[in-house]
Design a protein around this ligand. Structure first.
Ligand code: G6P
Length: 612
């Protein structure tokens, strides 16, 4: 995810662009850049935040009424000055900013290279701007027509804005799969990824739809056409949000926004990596090293915090499906306990930020003992993926709330793909079963959407238990790590003491805590151990504990015992954590809000822990 902004009008573009980029920085902040037309093309770009960009800008060379700006969250190519946007075409006539991923960039790049194009970055974006230039040249056509033709050739997602040195009175914008809003002022236009850079200047906006492009002129005119070249007329909408709300995409907090982004995040994590219909999975990080990974005698998963919880689910998945032994280690313990490792081990390091010091150190130990390192990370180009031999990105988009939500669900998504790909290659899963699971995996985003509709009833439950001093979370099998994660979410943001436990283990200790003041959250969606879970619910009931149960739709047995029921859609048992975690995230969120806590920046915690 990146932030893009453009301006054309009578004002100084630079100030509007910089301010806009700062508002969009939540979308990515690994590098930033600006291009302006003032006689020629003036370009400034820099790794780091927008304030780092401002430091390198020559303030004598920014006078211009037209320009584009970008704040990046790297997807293709590590975050550095070279890969920062805007990117120029070979001739230097065109500058482009882009949010999204061009999936077929490699083949287009190879073709352009044969025609003499030289690339100066590792990005898919530079490929796109050169494709547009090549089409314009080859077809001898207008820039907007070249954009249209080129976009019909690319596969993937994009929101783009293009600045043309040869026409300082025009901007061209297009979108597919990534958001783009055009703000319509008095003889001026603003273009941005969301309305936050626009709202200060105008409340009139047009939202570009997928597969549409806009030609926006200095004289106050604009036109929108489809990529099929059909003219569109759009209703101008009125913005009604406060600036702060828009920065959080209309949500009160980043955490809530990120909880709601999970269906999209999972879709992004799956995109291009599997097909249920054709029965294949291809994580290139696995495929490229299949010889090594397939021969692993053991997997060791190492991580911290929420990522460690997803690692536990990974253990269940890999052992269950691929039948290879797995150990899950806290990175902080692993690094200091002189672990036994050898060259037939594969270490999977999981980290949202890719910068967690203990996880990095665990990787170094494992590497020094010849183990193969597979990194699962959200932030592109971070230290952990760079230190790994291979790996996969979760593509969850920037996670700003300190309590991890969508990173967790995308990590589990990837671990599911890893386990399935290994199982497929080892023959420990039949093709029909593989297809069945993949089909169900494709349904998960929809089922999470359905689960999110329970928000109001979960809020009601939160209001009943907001003053509790302790909570117990219980689950079995795949739902045991979910119980741990649910308890962690509550602790982190509401400061209520909470424990997650394997449901059956409760009788070896936590049962002593249960009385009429103890809320106990049961994750009871397991088909395989349903009767056992019912017994555990009975045990809590007999001691007057308050039971909040997450069950499958239509459950009758637990409904009869529980004080509160949260009914979630049914799925394959191995995929159930992707659904059952959602109500627990919402429960923690609402309780924390009701207790007046800062959910996005909980006390004493940090998003990226770069110290031991
Ligand atoms: C911190 C964050 C947690 C996160 C943990 C591991 O404690 O607050 O949300 O789970 O670090 O971070 P990582 O970036 O390695 O996943």
């Amino acid at each position: 995810m990146c932030g893009i902004v453009g301006y054309i009008g009578k004002k100084q573009a630079y100030d509007i662009l910089i301010k806009g980029l700062k508002r969009l920085e939540y979308r990515g902040y690994d590098s930033a850049g600006i291009a302006l037309l003032n006689g020629g093309m003036t370009l400034f770009k820099k790794a780091g935040k927008v304030i780092d960009l401002e430091k390198i800008v020559d303030k004598n060379n920014i006078y211009s009424c037209i320009g584009i700006g970008h704040t990046r969250w790297a997807t293709h190519g590590e975050p550095n000055d070279r890969n920062a946007h805007p990117h120029l075409s070979q001739s230097g006539n065109l500058a482009i900013i882009h949010n999204g991923i061009i999936e077929n960039y490699a083949s287009i790049k190879a073709e352009l290279q044969t025609r003499g194009y030289v690339f100066h970055s590792d990005t898919d974006t530079e490929v796109l701007v050169n494709l547009i230039e090549e089409v314009q040249k080859a077809e001898n056509t207008s820039l907007d027509n070249a954009v249209r033709i080129a976009l019909n050739e690319v596969v993937g997602a994009y929101a783009i804005v293009i600045l043309n040195k040869n026409n300082p009175n025009q901007l061209i914008a297009a979108r597919k799969g990534s958001p783009l809003v055009i703000g319509i002022g008095l003889d001026e236009f603003f273009i941005a990824s969301d309305a936050s850079p626009i709202i200060e200047y105008t409340k009139n906006v047009v939202y570009l739809d997928d597969q549409e492009y806009a030609v926006i002129n200095m004289d106050g005119s604009y036109s929108i056409r489809t990529l099929g070249n059909i003219e569109k007329s759009h209703v101008i909408k009125k913005l009604e949000f406060s600036l702060e709300k828009i920065e959080k995409g209309g949500f009160d907090h980043f955490m809530l926004k990120e909880i709601y982004e999970q269906p999209k995040a999972i879709e992004d994590a799956l995109r291009g990596r599997m097909s249920a219909q054709q029965g294949w999975i291809k994580l290139s990080g696995i495929t490229d090293y299949l010889n090594r990974i397939d021969k692993a005698e053991r997997f060791i998963i190492t991580a911290c915090g929420t990522s460690w919880h997803s690692g536990l689910i990974g253990e269940y998945l890999i052992e269950d499906l691929a039948r290879v032994p797995v150990e899950v280690e806290y990175a902080s313990e692993f690094r200091y306990r002189n672990p036994i490792l050898h060259e037939m081990d594969v270490v999977i390091a999981i980290s949202q930020s890719g910068e967690t010091a203990d996880t990095l150190a665990a990787i170094e130990i494992a590497k020094s003992r010849q183990a193969f390192i597979y990194g699962i990370c959200n932030v592109i180009g971070a230290s952990i993926p760079r230190a790994s031999h291979s790996g996969s990105y979760t593509h969850a988009g920037p996670e700003i709330g300190v309590a991890s939500t969508k990173a967790f669900s995308t990590q589990i998504t990837l671990l599911t793909l890893i386990a399935l790909q290994l199982a497929h290659s080892k023959g420990t899963i039949s093709t029909p079963k593989l297809r069945e699971i993949l089909y169900e995996l494709e349904q998960i985003p929809k089922k999470i959407e359905e689960t999110l509709l329970l928000n109001d009833s979960i809020k009601e439950i939160a209001s009943i238990y907001k003053n509790a001093t302790n909570f117990l979370y219980l689950g079995r099998g795949y739902n045991f790590p979910v119980a741990l994660e649910g308890a962690l979410k509550l602790k982190e943001i509401s400061y209520i003491h909470a424990e997650g436990y394997p449901a059956a283990e409760m009788k070896h200790g936590p049962i002593a805590l249960i009385d009429e003041n103890m809320p106990v959250v049961f994750l009871a969606t397991n088909k395989s151990a349903y009767e056992k879970i019912v017994s555990n619910v009975q045990e809590v009931k007999a001691r007057k504990g308050k039971i909040i149960a997450v069950v499958h739709k239509g459950d009758t047995q637990i409904r009869a015992l529980a004080d509160h029921i949260i009914e979630v859609p049914e799925t394959e048992e191995i995929l159930s954590p992707l659904i059952t975690i959602v109500p627990l995230q919402l429960l923690a969120y609402h309780i924390a809000i009701m207790r007046g806590c800062n959910v996005d920046q909980p006390r004493n915690l940090a998003k990226s822990v770069t110290v031991e």
